[in-house]
Each structure stands twice: as structure tokens, then as C-alpha cells.
Design a protein around this ligand. Sequence first.
Ligand SMILES: N[C@@H](CCC(=O)N[C@@H](CS)C(=O)NCC(=O)O)C(=O)O
Length: 215
Amino acid sequence: MTDVTVYGVPQSTFVRTVRMTLEEKGVPYDLQLVQWSDPDYERIHPFRRMPAFRHGDVRLFESLAIAGYVDEVFAGPRLQPAEASSRALMRQWISAVCDYIVADVTRRYIVEYVLRPSGPDGTPDRAKIEEALVDIRHHLGVIDRALGESAYLAGGEVTLADLFLVPIMDYVSKMPEGDELLGAFPNLARWLAAMSDRASFIATIPPPFPGASAD
Ligand SMILES: N[C@@H](CCC(=O)N[C@@H](CS)C(=O)NCC(=O)O)C(=O)O
């Protein structure tokens, strides 16, 4: 029995970030699948996105607000550095992930392959993928250089910043260019391998998107 509910679908990277945060803290929760056709969902998330979250009487939307709340309210390992400059570094990377990585990696690349291919006969549009890859190589290079200087994005310990990035990088690793991209960025590949061994990662591995091919 738990009084924590996450609303969303397990394939969503933002839902996975919140679920990984709960798993890292050892907090039991229910995942309530969102039905997009349900007009009542707007009462849970007024912008009709996911995740949304409930803990007793506390109702929240926006992954950063939810993950920060979970870290601060529940016992377990701290996922936000106490020291100001490390905490700022964590926020810097969360902001960069939510703006630049989501825009160019999730929306222009992963979504094109697995969710809404926009090429002929429902295939991914090669021109769009190639265009996105130019920006993706740049962005992954930035992260790779940052990870060359420390084990995790904000220093020597896992923080929320890593939990925002890893669901997206997990998808990247499974895309047709995944091996090539990770091969080009060894610090990022090392970080992803370490993150992939965590119990929170393993407990939240998403099922395939409905209708996606198994290969
Ligand atoms: N800023 C939001 C972003 C949430 C978001 O965009 N979630 C995606 C799934 S990863 C979504 O709800 N997509 C559904 C849609 O765009 O209609 C957060 O941090 O939670």
C-alpha cells in the first residue's frame, strides 16, 4: 500500500526520470497509466503532459518539481548536492537536457524513429534524421567533454541531472546510429554503462512503444 502515484506511461523519458528518482530513494509508488482520451486527465495535469504526481494531498506536475520534492521529502540517498556550486551545476545540466537535448535528440530524432515517423509510407524521414544528427553530435560532444572531467554530470555522485539525461541516452543507444554515436563519445558511453547497472535503471526499463517493430 502506498500513497504515492505517478501518472504517465513507462515509455516517456520524463516519467522514467521521476520513477528512477523514486527507485533511488526506495519509495514505493503506483504507476497509473494515462489515458489520453480521458477528459478528466486535465484535472491532474492542466497542460495534459506527463508525468503528474500525487503524494497524499500533494499534487504536482513538471518533472523537476516532482523529482526535487521526492528527494527532499523522503529518506534515502541525497540526489541534489548540498554545496552551492555543485547544486548549480546539477541545475545547469537539467536545464540543458530539458531544453536542448529534448528538443534535438528526443523530438527530432527518437520520436521520428519510434513514435511519429514522418517519411513516405510511415518510415522515418532520412533527411530529418540526418539534419538532427548534426546537432546531436554537437550536443553529445558537449556532454562527453563534461563527463571527461567527472564521473557524473554534477561531480562524483549521481544527481537528478543524471536521472534526467539517462532515459534519453538509453533510447539513443538503441537507435540505428546508437553504436556509432556512443563509439564516438567514450566518456558518455562509460557513464551510460555505469548508469545502466543501477537498480533504478533496471526497474524502469520501458516496454516497446505500441506498434513499434521488435527489431
Ligand atoms: N516540462 C515537462 C515535460 C513533460 C513532457 O513533455 N512529457 C511528454 C512525454 S516525455 C508528454 O507528455 N508528451 C505528450 C504530448 O506531447 O502530448 C516535465 O518536465 O514534466
